[in-house]
Design a protein around this ligand. Structure first.
Ligand code: OSB
Ligand code: MG
Length: 396
């Protein structure tokens, strides 16, 4: 297909309750959607960058800017109606070309999407912006082929197990109430956000509330330092599935030290920039479980490489989230249906985040599908963007 147009839509979608982490508090999700229009149909991708550069260096206004000024023109230059390499956007080098080759046989059937990473490799970083473009192109290409994301990825389940990420609460009582509500809704595991001063006590209280069999894990979003290793090792008492990203993104060494000092598995999120970093972190002993967030790794094709690499090394993975709307959630749920995803993901129902979603909402199943979301099987992401709502919420 030929790419005819790339449109960016920025909208602010209110959250049903504030979401507080060690890096900040959000009351609305600032969403950046990429709409790619080709001569064979269109596709949508969601950029997972936050409003502010706190979780990572990327943020919505920066992502929109780099797409407008660099990534968009390069894609149109390579795949637009008048495709030609331009001076300001040189052709990809050998490394870019290798990245363009998609993950094994999966990339071969989506040649346009598989070429995006290579075309955009001349820009350093900006993985979230690149990933949104690749996701939109992938959606358009699969829709044109009448194939779903799950089909391309190699999904092996029709339903995926869901957990929920619980923010830092104003009081212990409110935390316990919130957790009880999620358990009642059917969520299969609880992830608590922690930070210095909000760790052993809330984790102990929630463990007590869940009982010894409830699945529980924690996420520190880089809030601790090496001095905190003895404190973090005390979390072993609560029988957690894992502790996620206690130290800085670039600091694999301290994660190795913690892994040696505690029995709780250490899991990296922010640090996992791509498959080569994942393999390196695993080989060094910095992580024994991996949080796969496609939007943070530059797209679903790189996420498939991380999945495949972890599977080959026998390292369990789970699907993280970034408070996505239905656009990103649909693709995440398809990915989470791969065989290496052996732990419940942060793939919660739309209602956990928003009163109204920009696509049809994702709703938890019941009966034998309690605590699960169904993997979409219609072409592309399998969901439909309510364009009128997007325009309305963008104030356009
Ligand atoms: O660290 O996993 C994280 C949300 C925004 C940024 C970072 C993270 C999160 C979450 C929420 O934990 C996961 C979700 O429910 O989408
Ligand atoms: Mg995390």
């Amino acid at each position: 297909p030929t790419i005819e147009r790339i449109e960016l839509h920025r909208l602010e979608v209110p959250l049903v309750r504030p979401f507080e982490t060690s890096f900040g508090r959000e009351t609305a999700r600032e969403v950046l959607l990429v709409h790619v229009i080709t001569d064979a149909g269109d596709g949508w991708g969601e950029c997972v960058a936050g409003r502010d550069p706190f979780y990572s260096g990327e943020y919505v206004a920066g992502a929109a800017s780099v797409i407008e000024h660099y990534l968009g023109p390069a894609l149109l230059g390579a795949h637009g109606r008048h495709a030609r390499p331009t001076r300001s956007h040189p052709a990809p080098d050998a490394a870019g070309q290798a990245a363009a080759e998609g993950p094994g046989s999966r990339g071969a059937s989506v040649p346009l999407a598989a070429s995006v990473a290579g075309t955009l490799a001349f820009v350093a970083g900006h993985r979230m912006a690149k990933g949104a473009l690749e996701a939109a192109v992938l959606d358009a290409e699969l829709r044109a082929q009448g194939r779903s994301m799950g089909e391309l990825f190699g999904a092996e389940r029709e339903w995926v197990d869901c957990g929920v990420s619980v923010g830092i609460a104003p009081t212990l009582e409110e935390l316990l109430d919130e957790v009880a509500g999620y358990v009642e809704e059917g969520y299969q595991r609880i992830k608590l956000k922690i930070k210095p001063g909000w760790d052993l006590v809330p984790v102990g209280a929630v463990r007590e509330e869940l009982g010894p069999r409830g699945l529980l894990q924690v996420d520190a979003n880089t809030a601790y330092t090496a001095d905190d290793i003895p404190l973090l090792a005390r979390l072993d008492a609560f029988d957690l599935l894992l502790i996620e990203q206690p130290f800085a993104e670039e600091d694999l060494a301290t994660h190795v030290r913690l892994a040696q000092a505690c029995t709780t598995p250490v899991c990296l999120d922010e640090s996992i920039l791509d498959a080569s970093v994942a393999i390196d972190a695993i080989e060094r002993g910095a992580t024994s479980v991996v949080n796969i967030k496609p939007g943070r790794m530059g797209g679903y094709l790189e996420a498939l490489r991380v999945h495949d690499a972890c599977r080959a090394l026998d390292v369990p993975v789970w699907c993280g989230g970034m408070l996505e709307t239905g656009v990103g959630r649909a693709a995440n749920v398809a990915l989470a249906a791969l065989p290496g995803f052996t732990l419940p993901g942060d793939t919660s129902a739309s209602s956990r985040y928003f009163a109204e979603d920009v696509t049809e909402p994702f709703v938890l199943g019941d009966g034998e599908h309690r605590g699960q979301l169904r993997v979409p099987d219609a072409p592309g992401t399998g969901v439909t963007v309510r364009e009128e709502l997007v325009r309305q919420w963008a104030g356009a």
